[in-house]
Design a protein around this ligand. Structure first.
Ligand SMILES: CC(C)(COP(=O)(O)OP(=O)(O)OC[C@H]1O[C@@H](n2cnc3c(N)ncnc32)[C@H](O)[C@@H]1OP(=O)(O)O)[C@@H](O)C(=O)NCCC(=O)NCCS
Length: 154
């Protein structure tokens, strides 16, 4: 009898410049007001922690985080709309938090649209608490939308 090695379905890999076009495909599918390609390239250039979620070598999600002065800031966390609800957002969030700890950060921060119920629930379930509101922080279909600022200790 031969052993069958099953490849893990989802794999996290460091994001490289060459991945940005594939990242943009997910970004534009996911957000009504997506980041530009230039923003992702700037994040890579300044050395932010940029990780891909891949499945069979295709980019299906990503997380971007800055770490400095004992704090990490989760700037983007995204799973392709067709693959949500399978636990991958949580996996990536935990991965980013682990990276923050490895960089000796003691607090993680993020901002999320006040209407983004799935992300709010994920962050709350992972120990983030609301610490403030930025009024009118995000563009919205009609005017602007508040950002909820959340934090958790690491
Ligand atoms: C937020 C996001 C990353 C979550 O990714 P995901 O892979 O679908 O999430 P998971 O399957 O890991 O779910 C983790 C938890 O999130 C919450 N959640 C996820 N989808 C939800 C939904 N549709 N409704 C309510 N809560 C939801 C739940 O608490 C869930 O835990 P549970 O399954 O134990 O109930 C994903 O919805 C996404 O990419 N959204 C668009 C981009 C975005 O808004 N990112 C956040 C920017 S701050």
């Amino acid at each position: 009898m031969s052993a069958v090695l099953r490849r893990p379905e989802f794999v996290m890999l460091p994001m490289l410049g060459e991945d940005v076009p594939a990242v943009m495909e997910v970004e534009t599918a996911a957000y009504p007001f997506p980041w530009t390609e230039g923003i992702f390239r700037d994040c890579l250039r300044v050395g932010y922690c940029c990780w891909l979620l891949t499945r069979e070598e295709a980019v299906v999600g990503y997380g971007v985080m800055s770490v400095a002065a004992g704090e990490c800031h989760i700037l983007n966390l995204c799973v392709h709309p067709s693959l949500r609800g399978q636990g991958q957002g949580r996996v990536m969030l935990r991965c980013l938090i682990g990276i923050g700890r490895n960089h000796n950060a003691d607090t993680a921060f993020l901002e999320v649209r006040a209407s983004n119920r799935s992300a709010l629930r994920l962050y709350e379930a992972e120990g983030f608490c609301e610490v403030g509101i930025r009024r009118g922080y995000y563009p919205a279909a009609e005017g602007r939308e508040d950002a909820v600022i959340m934090a958790r200790s690491l």
